[in-house]
Write a protein that binds this ligand. Structure first.
Ligand code: SF4
Ligand code: SF4
Ligand code: SF4
Length: 570
């Protein structure tokens, strides 16, 4: 069908919305509540356009096109309506941009500037709400919420959690967990996808910056930092670099200049996780133990299973997540090597994830002391680098410290969905056959789909595997396990769609293009390394020889494995 937008005739498909057609034609319509791929709500009315042949204004995100429709996206009526909507939103808003986490990166602030809002035209009573600061990962400020409902759709439609909802009516409307409870008392899995999709500063991570600065300034502490695989391909965006720019060496240099004593690589522990996980998989298969085995390195996913499918906890790999393994090895093997009291070591993990903040506090992940003392996100590290006055682009590329800084391509690909599975297959193959896989890259589980399945034959063992990301995608597979009809031996699950490169602690805003570029960069790191299998990591081999003995040993179990807990659903 043909429609006219801004006096230009364009084609459109039946069922498309005006917003979709305009986007395709390169006409930008401002939005706040719109989320591509999710049910449109038309809640904010920011995307108002004029249907000229009908003489009325309608929200373009929810209004389908019809043949002969005449649309104006920039008429005086449209501009006036949009400006009034912004003014009304601001009238019910704290107006404290200067002290807001999203100052300079807020859609409401940007639109107010674009539409020339220069005064507070409407003044009246404002909606009240209490700050929710109780969870270890997320803080909520309901007074900054503009009721766009994006977080609600993400939590329900993408994550199948439903920890929050739009509640009450009219002036009392708010987004909240049931009964106005705190997020830490409901089944929130702390994936943080609501934060990265919130257009304003109503949701934010619980910051650990202050504790990290205090540790740096405490001369009695040895501060050891570790960097997750996905941070090195995204933090550049915070400093104006292209998405997917690999800046590993600059992060190391920045951390040293901030006062961190030692900088290790979580990719090292990703290799260690693979040694333990591949061994566990082979044990489960050869001794007819619980299958499928499901990966346990995504703390949002682990918490989801604890709340919603506690009867399946035996399927979780007992391996701790890589940064927890790294913390445990730093406070045992490395502390002994250096002659340092482990209680004096402060381990800070730099992660793309906010669920890791919760994970680091779990009693299951430490003994006399926690394996990891603080977790800061990619966004928090960028803020700390700015506070330290460092010119990120001009920093040199520096290498990690020894011995927990060496890693292989297998460790690198933990940053993308399917990466843990691919890395585990590389080493499981070598453990079973004594030889490396003929094709190191395993393409069936690469790509940006939410569910990827494949079969692989290793030494006569036919393994059926799946890699899943985004929690809504796992339910069917879990229900098959409950019914006893699952054919899988091994499943990888990442709570965030496309894995850690799209984690809840990553730079805002994200986009499918940015995720693609971050993913490509992770695979580029793998391809560029001489060693691409975890079992070839010489520092890992030395760690087993000097300390852990062998994968699955008693010491390995004490330090690197754990069990999880049943939690209430409500
Ligand atoms: S949410 Fe945006 S508009 Fe509101 S205070 Fe924060 S920066 Fe300002
Ligand atoms: S918390 Fe953020 S995403 Fe959720 S409804 Fe409010 S403004 Fe929208
Ligand atoms: S962190 Fe995840 S589970 Fe919790 S409210 Fe946000 S989207 Fe829902």
């Amino acid at each position: 069908m043909n429609i006219t937008i801004n006096n230009l005739e364009v084609w459109a498909n039946p069922g498309e919305t005006i917003l979709e057609v305009a986007e395709r034609e390169g006409i930008r319509i401002p939005t706040l509540c719109y989320l591509k791929g999710f049910s449109p709500t038309g809640a904010c009315r920011m995307c108002m356009v004029e249907i000229q042949n009908e003489g009325r204004l309608m929200p373009s995100c929810a209004f389908p096109v019809y043949d002969g429709m005449i649309v104006q996206t920039n008429s005086p009526n449209v501009r006036r309506a949009r400006k009034t909507i912004i003014e009304l939103l601001i009238a019910n808003h704290p107006q404290d941009c200067l002290v807001c986490i999203r100052n300079g990166n807020c859609s409401l602030q940007t639109l107010a500037a674009e539409y020339g809002v220069r005064s507070y035209r409407y003044v009246g009573q404002r909606r009240k709400g209490k700050l929710d600061l109780a969870s270890p990962s997320i803080e909520r400020d309901p007074e900054k919420c503009i009721l766009c409902g994006r977080c609600v759709r993400i939590c329900h439609e993408m994550q199948h959690v439903g920890a929050i909802d739009l509640v009450n009516r009219g002036f009392n409307s708010t987004v909240s967990p049931a009964m106005d409870r705190s997020l830490n008392t409901v089944a929130c899995v702390y994936c943080g996808q609501c934060i990265v999709n919130c257009p304003v500063g109503a949701l934010r991570e619980k910051s650990d910056q202050k504790r990290v600065w205090e540790a740096i300034n405490n001369t009695d502490k040895l501060v050891v930092a570790q960097i997750a695989p996905a941070v090195r391909v995204s933090i550049g965006e915070e400093f104006g670099l292209e998405p997917g720019e690999i800046v590993t060496g600059k992060i190391v240099a920045a951390l040293r200049r901030m006062g961190i004593d030692t900088v290790f690589d979580t990719n090292f522990a990703a290799d260690l996780t693979i040694m333990e996980e591949a061994h566990e998989l082979i044990e489960r298969i050869t001794h007819h133990k619980t299958l499928p085995m499901i990966t346990s390195c995504s703390p949002g996913w682990v918490k989801y299973l604890e709340h919603f499918y506690p009867d399946l906890l035996d399927h979780l790999s007992t391996c701790k997540s890589p940064h927890e393994m790294e913390g445990a090895v730093i406070k045992s093997y490395y502390a002994r090597k250096m002659g340092v009291n482990p209680e004096k070591i402060f381990v800070v993990s730099i992660m793309p994830c906010i669920a890791k903040k919760f994970e680091a506090q779990r009693p299951e992940l430490g003994n006399d002391f926690q394996d990891v003392d603080a977790v800061i996100t990619t966004r928090e590290l960028a803020r700390m680098i700015r506070i330290a006055g460092l010119d990120f682009e001009r920093l040199p590329n520096e290498a990690f410290d020894d011995p927990l800084g060496e890693s292989t391509g297998a460790g690198a690909i933990f940053g993308v969905a399917g990466g843990v599975m691919e890395a585990a297959l590389r080493t499981a193959h070598a453990m079973l056959t004594g030889k490396d896989m003929p094709m190191i890259e395993f393409s069936p589980i690469r790509g940006l789909q939410g569910v990827k399945e494949a079969s692989v034959d290793i030494q006569g063992i036919k393994l059926k595997i799946a890699a899943v990301s985004g929690l809504k995608n796992i339910d069917i597979l879990l229900q098959d396990i409950q019914k006893g009809t699952s054919e899988y031996h091994f499943i990888e699950v990442m709570a965030c769609p496309n894995g850690c490169i799209n984690g809840g602690g990553q730079p805002i805003p994200s986009s499918p293009e940015k995720i693609k570029k971050r993913t490509e960069a992770i695979y580029k790191i793998d391809q560029g390394l001489a060693k691409r299998c975890s079992h070839h990591n010489q520092s890992i081999q030395k760690l087993y020889k000097e300390f852990l003995e062998k994968p699955g040993s008693h010491t390995a179990h004490e330090l690197l494995h754990t069990h999880y807990t049943k939690r209430n659903r409500y």
